[in-house]
Design a binder for this molecule. Structure first.
Ligand code: HXC
Length: 518
């Protein structure tokens, strides 16, 4: 046999690569017809130009079940590798729905597991682009074995590197649990779907009629189930947002988040803050207006904007420091804490704490939501999560009470007793065990009932309670808050506190892990 020259060998390599890419390409027009990009396009659109280094391109399944050996499955239906986003390293994979529905067989799973292991070792985020019909049915239990290994690594990676899932097709069965174990789930309207079992199985088992979109579309998961964190009108906008999110995050739990350069003056003073929050505690306002005024350049990257809207969570920077914000939203349900908002806030607090992102809590909360549905649904257990998450968090914790802060929710919104490092209030703050009407009704009930004019008496007693407790001074007198600030200086005060606590150290008791209420 003649000796092969390096040119021959390189041509052979190119032929093999082209074969795989051509085979993938044949099916891609179907994806485009659905308004979807195909796997390689998606990777190219998220990563910096020409930065993708593919891993395991030549991996092949070896299943012979149901004639699978005759099927050509290029790259086994998934592209995996690493690259950069705005110069920062990431691992990435994209399932290829055009090949056996992006279904997951043993080798497909091993490709994912390999880069999960690499990402943990390298300490860089992983981006998981899911477009899959779930377990590759022909490969049977080997597919389940593959999923088990992926889920296991998702959990091992949790809290070490940021894990971002992007749902880019009808993800069914096993394809939904990996996203659920990651930190953020991005979805695209009318393209992304997630369900354990599809409409046909549901019809067969329970008789219910429901279509794919209603069952597991992006709107459903971003408004009702809370499984989604973001929804976008198309894939390109979605990919932009992934890049935006990464700006706020460190690459791993051993690093601090990147400094976000800004020209916005640290001591910028905004008198409009005196007007945004009405002193009348019954009047609503949008807390995002406050955030956008105090944050660098007015930029707020909101997370889960359509789910449990009575609490607002997201990222912003202050003087260049990446910060996680948790704020009650008086515009929705008066900003009350309920089951879903407690879950939403608690998970976000734990994410920020895991990745050294300081927390800013903006408080205007009338309490936990009363009612049978909430009690039956486990508000005690769910509300406990927010208390647990704040108490456990060791990152710098700053609290600003804008207006109401009553009862259990006063504690739940990161009061000093839960370890707030710096807690201040605006002059209109009301820090009390409950609202004055509720309080007067309980403690002066007999007096009101026995009065000649009960309504008049009630008004007097409400006013009496309000005068004594509906202010920030009762709390300030006892050192339960650290100070009362003028609203216009909020940005400056926050930045100074962030600088002060930047290198905060809090000794931790040595234990395996706590037992968070779930
Ligand atoms: C093998 C699959 C597949 C799968 C889809 N395909 N899902 N092949 N295993 N799980 C193949 C189809 O046979 C078809 O092949 C091609 O992918 C495209 O599928 P279509 O049905 O034509 O596409 P569409 O109409 O868009 O519907 C997509 C879908 C549907 C909603 C995902 O395919 C579907 O319902 N698939 C099964 C979903 C499911 O029940 N998965 C659960 C698996 S069990 P051809 O050759 O015709 O193009 C599981 C358990 C794990 O995941 C549990 C772990 C916790």
């Amino acid at each position: 046999m003649p000796l092969k020259t390096i040119t021959n060998l390189i041509n052979e390599l190119k032929d093999k690569e082209d074969f795989i890419k051509d085979k993938e390409g044949i099916r891609h027009s179907k994806q485009h017809q659905k308004g979807k990009f195909f796997a390689r396009e998606r990777i190219a659109k998220v990563l910096d130009k020409d930065s993708f280094q593919e891993i395991d391109m030549f991996v092949k399944h070896y299943s012979t079940n149901f004639g699978l050996e005759k099927k050509i499955i290029p790259a086994d239906g998934i592209n995996t590798g690493f690259g950069t986003i705005n110069g920062r390293k990431v691992f990435i994979y994209a399932q290829d729905f055009s090949v056996l529905g992006g279904s997951l067989g043993e080798m497909h799973a091993l490709k994912i597991q390999k880069i999960q292991d690499m990402a943990i070792k390298a300490g860089v985020p992983i981006i998981c682009m899911n477009d899959s019909g779930g377990a590759r049915i022909q490969e049977g239990v080997s597919s389940l074995h593959g999923y088990g290994g992926i889920f296991y690594r998702n959990v091992k990676a949790s809290g070490i590197i940021p894990q971002i899932s992007v749902i880019l097709g009808p993800c069914a069965g096993g394809a939904v649990y990996s996203p659920a174990l990651t930190d953020f789930v991005f979805m695209v309207n009318k393209i992304s779907q997630m369900y354990i079992t599809g409409p046909k199985v549901i019809k067969a088992v329970t008789g219910e009629d429901i279509n794919n979109e209603e069952l597991g579309g992006a709107i459903t998961h971003n408004t009702i189930s809370g499984n989604g964190h973001f929804v976008f009108p198309d894939e390109s906008t979605c990919f932009q947002a992934i890049k935006e999110l990464l700006r706020y995050l460190p690459s791993n739990c051993y690093e601090k988040p990147p400094y976000l350069y800004t020209d916005d003056p640290k001591d910028r003073k905004d008198m409009i803050l005196r007007k945004i929050v009405p002193t009348n505690n019954k009047k609503a306002y949008d807390v995002r207006d406050v955030i956008e005024i105090i944050a660098d350049e007015g930029i707020f990257f909101e997370v889960q904007p359509y789910y449990a809207q009575n609490v607002v969570i997201g990222f912003a920077s202050f003087g260049g420091y990446s910060t996680g914000i948790v704020a009650n939203q008086p515009k929705i349900l008066a900003g009350v804490l309920d089951i879903n908002s407690s879950d939403k806030a608690a998970r976000f607090i734990r994410f920020c704490d895991a990745f050294n992102i300081p927390l800013l809590t903006l408080v205007d909360v009338p309490g936990f939501l009363p009612g049978k549905d909430q009690e039956f649904g486990g508000i005690i257990r769910h509300g406990a999560k927010i208390i647990y998450a704040y108490s456990e968090a060791s990152v710098p914790k700053l609290t600003v009470t804008l207006r109401k802060s009553y009862g259990g929710a006063y504690i739940g919104m990161c009061c000093k007793d839960l370890g707030s490092d710096w807690s201040v209030a605006w002059p209109q703050a009301e820090i009390a065990v409950m609202g004055s009407q509720g309080a007067a009704n309980i403690i002066f009930r007999r007096e009101i009932k026995g009065a000649d004019n009960p309504e008049q008496k009630m008004r007097e007693k409400i006013a009496e309670y309000e005068a004594q407790f509906s202010n920030p001074y009762e709390a300030a007198k006892r050192g339960y808050i650290d100070g009362i600030i003028r609203p216009e200086y909020t940005r400056k005060s926050i930045i100074e506190a962030l600088e002060m606590f930047r290198n905060k150290r809090e000794p931790q008791l040595n234990k395996k892990h706590g037992n968070m209420p779930l």
